[in-house]
Design a protein around this ligand. Structure first.
Ligand SMILES: [Mg+2]
Length: 291
């Protein structure tokens, strides 16, 4: 049996790191040279309100399309906020000139780049030991799964180095003792959307499933079980492949880790899906009981 698992949010608690990304992003945003703090503060508030009032229109962009929604986790909220700020600035011409010149002075093309910079800073902080996101149960649960003869591949948008370092900091023996039955495929780019409009609707949310980079990995790995916490990024494409009975995906089991940040629209849709084996779990100990 093979499990393909996401990393952030499944094997970590991403909330403290995500809150820190937002803080670093805000600190750079509010002190942008050549802008006034009250003006920038108002802009930030307006963008936050837009995310709250029309969540289906905001998120992490891949080209012009939304690849994951701002309410799906705290990291994506920052991406969504940045994209919304870029949109607002480009629509308000006079202010736009002001802000865009200021961004250039700081060597950012836009707020999406600033938010990505903030994320990278927090990855460095974590690597330096400032944050400890790994779930305390991850090592024992994975050890148990490996001891049952199960193969595990971690497929994540995060870099392989970040994931490896977190395992080495918290459970150094795990990777060595796994005899290559625990592999890490970081930089998976699940967020990259292709040209076609393959998607399905969940209420007002359009969930895109043309994810060529992720699909290549899924087809290479052909897992029996897929674990994720963000519906759009981790589970929507495998769900589509299972519904279409793509070879190797007819019997795949999909399990979503339900977190305190998981939006109701995605957990409700996922748990009521018919014809494909879908389930929710709240803790890694609960997961063990399901496998
Ligand atoms: Mg995740």
């Amino acid at each position: 049996m093979k499990i393909l698992s996401d990393f952030d949010g499944v094997l970590t608690d991403p909330s403290p790191e995500a809150a820190r990304v937002k803080e670093v992003f805000y600190n750079h945003f509010i002190t942008l040279p050549g802008t006034s703090q009250p003006q920038m503060s108002e802009l930030w508030e307006q963008a936050q309100n837009q995310l709250i009032h029309s969540p289906h229109q905001h998120g992490w962009k891949s080209g012009e399309k939304i690849t994951a929604y701002a309410n799906e986790d705290g990291f994506i909220e920052c991406n969504g906020l940045a994209a919304c700020l870029d949109d607002m600035v480009s629509k308000a011409e006079k202010r736009s000139l002001n802000v865009q010149n200021s961004l250039k002075q700081k060597e950012f093309s836009n707020f999406c780049e600033m938010s990505q910079f903030a994320f990278n800073e927090v990855v460095k902080e974590t690597s330096a030991g400032r944050h400890h996101p790994l779930d305390p149960s991850a090592a024992i649960v994975f050890q148990t799964l490996l001891s049952r003869g199960i193969e595990i591949v971690i497929v994540s948008n995060s870099g392989t180095e970040r994931i490896t370092n977190l395992f080495l900091q918290r459970c150094p023996g795990l990777l060595q003792s796994s005899e290559n039955r625990l592999r890490i495929r970081g930089g998976a780019q699940k967020f990259v959307l292709g040209e076609n409009s393959d998607s399905f609707e969940v209420g007002p949310y359009v969930v895109h499933t043309d994810r060529p980079k992720y699909q290549t990995i899924l087809v290479e790995e052909k897992p029996d079980i897929i674990l994720g916490d963000v519906f759009s990024l981790d589970l929507a494409l495998p769900l589509q492949l299972a519904r279409r009975k793509l070879h190797g995906f007819e019997k795949v089991r999909l399990l979503m880790r339900k977190r305190n940040y998981s939006p109701q629209w995605s957990t409700a849709y996922f748990s009521h899906t018919k014809g494909v084996s879908c389930g929710l779990f709240e803790s890694l100990d609960d997961l063990l009981a399901l496998i």
